[in-house]
Design a protein around this ligand. Structure first.
Ligand code: PLP
Ligand code: SF4
Length: 444
């Protein structure tokens, strides 16, 4: 049987250009030609920051997404290229001095690691908590925090086509070893899921699982179509490939095999959702992205979208309005708007919760109901996913109105609770309960 996408020739787009994937790391900054147009000082600052925080960018992002006339303020440039303010000033000066002096790689690495450890490399206690057991043995590479959902980090999917400067998983990309999730094989994943009939959702994440080959992904997912996994109703794949490398779905050697796998899952009666990470409407402009989305949807998979709101990139209601409107018109479903996590270059990218809530409110009020499915701003924190619903004045006190969208304890979900309004707070741990209470209800 021929399927929708098999019956079409790979679009002329693919045949004419069929670009091959090519990425650059911090050691290859000087091979990225358009960078040479920037002041030498800006280029040097990039090398300094990239010696501490991860850097990787691919040719497609350089050529199709970044507006080099607007760099360094271009949002996609800010999204992928490091810049001075991402490091605390003293750390920046220290690394700059080492690079200027031509210090030995070992000394640079040592200084970088010291700085990294001070940047809260593993927020939310993910290393120690939420790691499930199978036959008494910890399954690193998995997290089971919310009753219905298991998060899975396949070993081969722990990198990305390009790295985002604000990424909260940055520590694993610089190989601070004991901060990395190690993973395990398909058999252990199956063993755990078979033993947990309360789990209905599997979320495959990374890094970006779509850096894996179709064959590798299939080895994890195809076995889950067997009857003993009937309780797994939804499979989601977190990815930024849709906008960082749309040719993953068009003209890579195994694009067709990947789409066939999607189709097999979607036709099995489970929902297959691509959780596309999209930060700015500009990512959706190139024809290749639209072609990728069309192909994915042709398989019966749904594309849902999520992104954090970060300063210097998308802290603007106009950006969200256009992003949500464009996504919705292309058949994608806005899902989460996150708050930037308390890690890495947070001091540069963080926004006050009050500001994030205001931008969200303004943007969501301008879109139609179909695009109002984006929940947020949402903090994925220790106790659960906490949404800032807004601000209000209650009994003479200015408060944040909050709720759990997901919680460690399902009974906490959807109960409104209140924190004292604080215009500067950027994360849950900076909030205090309203009305003179000493603890939030979930801390009792
Ligand atoms: C967000 C998240 C999930 C998935 O949550 P949904 O609300 O079902 O999308 C699962 N596990 C963890 C640890 C998460 O942070
Ligand atoms: S695509 Fe996701 S995991 Fe990869 S660098 Fe960006 S935010 Fe991090």
């Amino acid at each position: 049987m021929r399927t929708a996408y098999q019956s079409q020739t790979l679009a002329p787009l693919a045949d004419a250009h069929a670009p091959r994937f090519q990425a650059y790391t911090e050691r290859q900054l000087d091979r990225i030609e358009p960078l040479r147009r920037l002041p030498a000082e800006t280029q040097f600052a990039m090398r300094v920051v990239a010696s501490v925080l991860p850097f990787r960018v691919n040719r497609y992002v350089i050529d199709a997404l970044i507006d080099w006339d607007a760099a360094p303020d271009d949002p996609i440039f800010r999204l992928t290229f490091p810049h001075r303010e991402m490091l605390p000033a003293a750390d920046f000066e220290r690394m700059a001095a080492l690079l200027h002096a031509g210090a030995e790689p070992a000394r640079i690495r040592e200084a970088a690691n010291e700085i990294r450890l001070r940047l809260n490399p593993h927020p939310g206690g993910q290393l120690e908590t939420n790691i499930p057991l199978l036959d008494g043995e910890p399954l690193n590479g998995m997290q089971h925090k919310y009753r219905e959902s298991v998060l899975f980090f396949p070993t081969q999917g722990q990198t990305c086509h390009s790295y985002c400067t604000f990424c909260f998983r940055w520590a694993q990309f610089v190989g601070i070893r004991d901060l990395r999730f190690s993973s395990m094989g398909a058999l252990k994943l199956q063993g755990y899921l078979a033993a947990h009939s309360e789990v209905s959702d599997l979320l495959v994440t990374g890094g970006d699982p779509l850096v894996m080959s179709a064959a590798q992904l299939s080895a994890y997912l195809a076995p889950l179509l067997a009857p003993r996994f009937d309780h797994i109703r939804n499979i989601s794949i977190g990815t930024k490939a849709v906008s960082y490398w749309p040719y993953r779905f068009i003209s890579d050697g195994d694009s067709s095999a990947l789409l066939r796998l999607f189709e097999r899952i979607a036709r099995s009666g489970k929902q297959l959702a691509l959780m596309a990470h999209l930060n700015h409407w500009r990512e959706l402009e190139p024809p290749a992205v639209r072609e990728a989305v069309r192909r994915i949807r042709d398989t019966g998979a749904i594309v849902r979208t999520q992104s954090p709101m970060v300063a210097h990139i998308n802290d603007d209601a106009d950006v969200w309005e256009r992003l949500w409107k464009t996504q919705t018109a292309l058949g994608m479903v806005p899902y989460y708007l996150f708050v930037e996590r308390d890690t890495g270059a947070k001091s540069y990218f963080a926004l006050p919760l009050a500001r994030a809530a205001e931008v969200y409110r303004e943007a969501i009020s301008r879109v139609s109901g179909l695009a109002r499915t984006a929940r947020g701003p949402c903090m994925s924190a220790g106790p659960g996913k906490v949404e800032i619903q807004g601000t209000a004045e209650i009994a003479g006190e200015q408060v944040f109105v909050l709720r759990f969208i997901q919680a460690r304890n399902p009974d906490w979900v959807q109960r409104p609770f209140f924190a004292r309004f604080d215009p500067a707070a950027t994360w849950l741990n900076e909030l205090t309960p309203a009305f003179g209470e000493s603890r939030f209800f979930f801390e009792r």
